[in-house]
Design a protein around this ligand. Sequence first.
Ligand code: ADP
Ligand code: MG
Length: 445
Amino acid sequence: MSHRIIRILEKKLSRKTWDNWFTTLEIKEITGDKVIFKVGNLFVKDWLQSRYGKVIHRAIQEAIGKDLPFEIIYESPSKDAFEPEEYKGPLVKKKPLLLSELNPEYTFENFVVGPENRALFEVAQEIARSPGKFNPFFIYGGVGLGKTHMLQAIAHRIIELYPEKRVLYITSERFMNDMIEAIRGGSIRDFREQYRKKADVLLIDDIQFLIGKEGTQRELFHTFNELHDAGKQIIICSDRTPDELNGFPDRLISRFQMGMVMEIASPSKETRYKIAKRLAIRESVELPDDVAMELARRIDGNLRRLRGAIIKLIVQSGIYKEEIDLAFARQIIGSFQTDSPRVRALTEVDHLIKAVEKVMGVTREEIMGVSRTKNVVKARQLFIYILKQEYGKTVQEIAQLTGKKHSTVIHSIKKISNSVLRDNKYIKDLISEINNTVATDFAAS
Ligand code: ADP
Ligand code: MG
């Protein structure tokens, strides 16, 4: 019999939402201060976390009478079913010292290499074979081109080859939050110890997040120097080149430039075709050639969008019990094929606009317009923030899409980010309610 939390969840959700997303969710463990769920699909995990956090919280509260935080972890179902604990190989096998969670799908094996990124791929593999050789390694490129995937692939490979090495992967945002927390809690020495003494390989994702955050940059500079001087490999990702990191101290920029700096390029249509096929296989689905070609043709650049379209295809084909063929694919990705880029972009985020309208009680015209009414301004800021956070849009893209000035877009993102960082419950609830509404409408459309 399933756990009470699961049964309550089932009651709270619509049949459709339940069937689409929740049937594989299980309780792994309930400790004194946390509920741990497990799920056998990474996409479902992300989706549940980002869209259904609120209702999961309510179910926990109702079931056990306490407002415990929860965590959802991914556990490969095949491993569970076929590899019971006793058969896991020799007992003395060293457990890799992983200091951070990595996405098991972000491997070199899953990284499709076209001519555009062949050199980068070779260097990355070489770095994994000989950590410290090109130090630091700095990868830059646009949103959704595979930076995080590449970074984690290097981490996975190093762990495989050198299980004794302590590999630490973090986003720079996490670095900053850990640091702030350590300062507040009076444990900055432990913090430094963890980063500077305990890591043999440090991978920092999205370093551009630290633009304008001088305190964190300074801390990072010391961490960097200490590790680098000790010959520890450092790998950094950014959406821009080192010298475009405005406001970073020159000494830090020049240290980044000392090693190997490489761009991750946008994949060609041929490469996108292969990536589409691989992304589908990651979801255990085989895409017909003509469908993959259509996707590669219609969706350029940002691979998160390509992945989003594939997931959408898979989910919808499941709901409608339709086969994924070219006609069905065209129908689903039709929203990517309108004439002007602005219209195309707007269609793509249509669900989000509707959700903001619904949750905030404002109209589309107000969101896109110039009204300074308090509630409208809030709605607009939330819309912009979610476009950035959930849809991976750049400031540039958001400015085009909304017809707002760059400075307005940046201000909105900052405003909401600050509220989130300060744990503003009102704003956080609005965000998750909007996301939930998108998910519900999305599943129903
Ligand atoms: P970035 O960090 O640059 O924004 P991500 O690493 O998050 O991009 O990549 C977005 C998605 O596209 C991920 O699901 C990733 O696995 C996938 N992806 C990116 N590049 C490739 C590639 N060359 N082959 C296969 N999948 C890729
Ligand atoms: Mg990334």
